[in-house]
Design a protein around this ligand. Structure first.
Ligand code: NFS
Length: 666
């Protein structure tokens, strides 16, 4: 009885607190006008989103500094970040062991997500090649050949089926191999690979690396932060040059290699008078089949019978970014817009697969009578209906989603309010297309890019990628940082949610060249390209690695990726996948800066290893800043440092272009 009273009292306190609490200001939470409108509506409707929860819940300061350990039940142990060496855990573990183990497990989880996604794609590929799956086929045999050749598979006088089977078997080693180097190591510049061999971080197979990482971070195993770091570099490399790269390459072979396509982004892509279906997640197969279902004449007819003008399909997050790149399918918004879009009341069904799916979607969907369907056996959500997507009969799932969406359209009760905002842009810059765009059909090459970097019209290259995060103003950090970079003649390559932030800000159009510095603007105008190139989803960061290798190979900019005037950033990151990506960029030789927060304690040996020691070993290095302009200028300073090491810093001083210069551009 006394217990009951206590609970009642506590409940009352919570309610009182809820009533008294001040809400956050949507204008301060996002620069995305559509998201802002929907957040204001959510406040009017009394519907809670991640923005409310981030406002209510302060991040745990001990966890934020990575100064806690819960790897055994003698703890959880907490150290004092203000006095990091003043105390150790019950087992004697130091702050450096704590941080290295925590960081390593983030890398392992992120790498597992990407590599498991890649493995799913490889499963589909195998079944297609064996003729067991008939709904997909090899759409890009040219890419099949070039990927096969890149890892030493004979292609001459052989059938597509023969090459494909060999490629499958070879790429399976990316996961299952226990000794030796994974196949895509053949794509790594020789000098970069030499550094990895010297450090003992060349990945064997991702399953082995992830397993060993989990073992070594178990209580009482690896307790030297430098040794742990070697294994997390190796694990991350098995993601970037392994699992993620397989995901990208196999998706291109099965569904087509992207070429530039104009497409719209933002919530204005929803249509009030149509059945709206959103696909949100990461594996392109669900989305590809959904595209078939929404075009099925019988289903379209049934939508019309329900009073709709037709069926409207939009993407969100990363599989959305892939469909945007491959087919020009409209994209409705990035990670921090997935709850707000449901607040429009216009979403008849949202089908999700894996990764970055907030559990909170289920309750928001319920508030507006929208369907939320999980489809992947790896991801069920309490409160969401599960319709399993089976690759051997994929249309069964997507047809059912469409049928239910039509029923919801017919019985819509929620008031529909769609922000009337759409932004056009050019997406779909694969590595292959960039090479072609710069060099032309007969001499496809990265040399024109290198030449423009050497002569200083382009100061350097930045990869700006990653999530959005309610701890910072949504989209703002991405947009301001990228604007600052292009203003300073840095060509920006983008993937994932970051690409959508910039597309919404209108920077993925050739017209945006006016925002670039004179040198970069000249190149963009001559080639007809935007100053910001969208390469696709997060696994497509592997395209950036391939492009970096091609730049090294084209010559004149050093011998390894670490020599390039290049930098990477994830200004609004939130996921463990982002940490894995950051680490494989760093291990590949790239200076990489993150925003929001960084999971380390200041003044520790581990932080020093990440922020300086790795560079001393011939790799790249980590950095951190919250302010977008500071981030951009730190990247530029690094690019300039590399330019001066290459002896091309003088070239920038005479960047003014003569008529002759312009002719060489063409
Ligand atoms: Ni990348 Fe894609 Fe977006 Fe972040 Fe999530 S969708 S894999 S993790 S939030 S960029």
């Amino acid at each position: 009885m006394a217990e009951d009273k206590k609970v009642e009292k506590k409940k009352a306190a919570v309610t009182k607190l809820d009533k008294a609490k001040k809400a956050y200001d949507p204008k301060e939470a996002t620069i995305c006008e559509a998201t802002r409108q929907m957040l204001e509506k959510s406040q009017r409707d009394g519907v809670e989103t991640a923005y409310d929860r981030a406002f209510d819940m302060k991040a745990c300061p001990i966890g934020a500094d990575s100064a806690c350990c819960k790897h055994c039940s003698m703890g959880p142990c907490r150290l004092n970040a203000k006095d990091p060496y003043g105390k150790v855990g019950v087992c004697g573990a130091t702050i450096d062991t704590f941080q290295a183990r925590n960081f390593a497990r983030m890398v392992a989880a992120g790498a597992a997500a990407h590599t498991d996604h890649g493995m799913s794609m490889l499963d589909v590929f195998r079944e297609v090649v064996k003729g067991e799956i008939k709904d997909y086929k090899i759409k890009d045999p040219v890419k099949l050949e070039s990927v096969a050749q890149s890892i030493g598979i004979e292609t001459e006088d052989r059938t597509v089926g023969e090459i494909a089977m060999d490629l499958y078997e070879e790429l399976e080693r990316t996961y299952t191999q226990v000794e030796g180097e994974i196949p895509f190591m053949k794509r790594v510049p020789e000098k970069t690979l030499e550094t990895w061999r010297k450090l003992g971080i060349v990945p064997r197979g991702s399953m082995r690396e992830i397993m060993e990482m989990m073992h070594r971070t178990h209580m009482g195993v690896d307790q030297h932060y430098e040794n742990i770091a070697r294994q997390f570099s190796r694990t991350a490399l098995s993601d970037g040059w392994g699992g993620s790269m397989v995901a990208t390459e196999i998706s291109d072979i099965l569904f087509g290699t992207p070429t530039p396509v104009q497409a719209d982004v933002n919530m204005g892509c929803l249509k009030e008078d149509m059945v709206n279906i959103i696909v949100h997640g990461h594996e392109p197969n669900l989305f590809e089949t959904m595209l078939v279902s929404v075009n099925d004449p019988a289903l379209v007819e049934s939508a019309k019978e329900a009073g709709a003008k037709g069926i409207n399909l939009c993407g969100m997050c990363c599989s959305g970014a892939e469909m945007l790149s491959r087919h020009g399918i409209p994209h409705a918004g990035n990670f921090m817009s997935t709850e707000p879009i449901l607040i429009t009341g216009a979403v008849d069904a949202m089908a999700v697969d894996v990764q970055c799916i907030k559990q909170g979607l289920a309750s928001v969907a319920k508030c507006y009578g929208s369907y939320l369907f999980t489809t992947n056996p790896r991801c069920h959500i309490e409160g969401a209906e599960h319709i399993e997507f089976v690759e051997h009969d994929p249309k069964a799932c997507t047809d059912e989603v469409v049928v239910k969406a039509i029923a919801r359209f017919k019985n819509r009760t929620a008031k529909v309010e769609i922000p009337n905002i759409k932004n056009a842009g050019i997406h779909g810059f694969s590595h292959e297309y960039i090479e072609y765009m710069l060099g032309g059909t007969f001499r496809a090459s990265y040399w024109p890019l290198n030449d423009n970097i050497i002569n200083g019209r382009i100061r350097g290259i930045a990869g700006v990628v990653g999530c959005t995060n309610p701890r910072v103003k949504h989209d703002w950090v991405h947009v301001e940082m990228v604007k600052e970079l292009i203003k300073n003649d840095v060509l920006v390559l983008q993937t994932g949610c970051s690409q959508i932030s910039l597309a919404k800000a209108g920077l993925l159009t050739p017209d945006a060249a006016y925002m670039a510095g004179d040198g970069l603007a000249e190149v963009c105008e001559t080639v007809g390209m935007p100053p910001v190139l969208g390469l696709g989803s997060c696994v497509d960061n592997s395209r950036i690695l391939i492009a970096a290798s091609a730049v090294v190979k084209a010559g004149g900019l050093g011998e390894s990726i670490a020599d390039l005037p290049a930098a990477g950033a994830a200004p609004e990151w939130m996921s463990e996948k982002a940490i894995s990506i950051g680490q494989y960029f760093v291990a590949s030789g790239v200076y990489t800066i993150f925003g929001v927060t960084f999971p380390v304690t200041d003044q520790t040996k581990f932080k020093n290893l990440l922020f300086q020691g790795m560079e001393d070993q011939g790799l790249g290095k980590w950095d951190f800043a919250v302010d977008p302009y500071e981030m951009a200028h730190k990247m530029i300073a690094h690019i300039d440092k590399k330019r001066s090491a290459l002896g091309i810093d003088k070239a920038r001083e005479r960047v003014l272009m003569s008529m002759d210069d312009r002719r060489t551009l063409e």
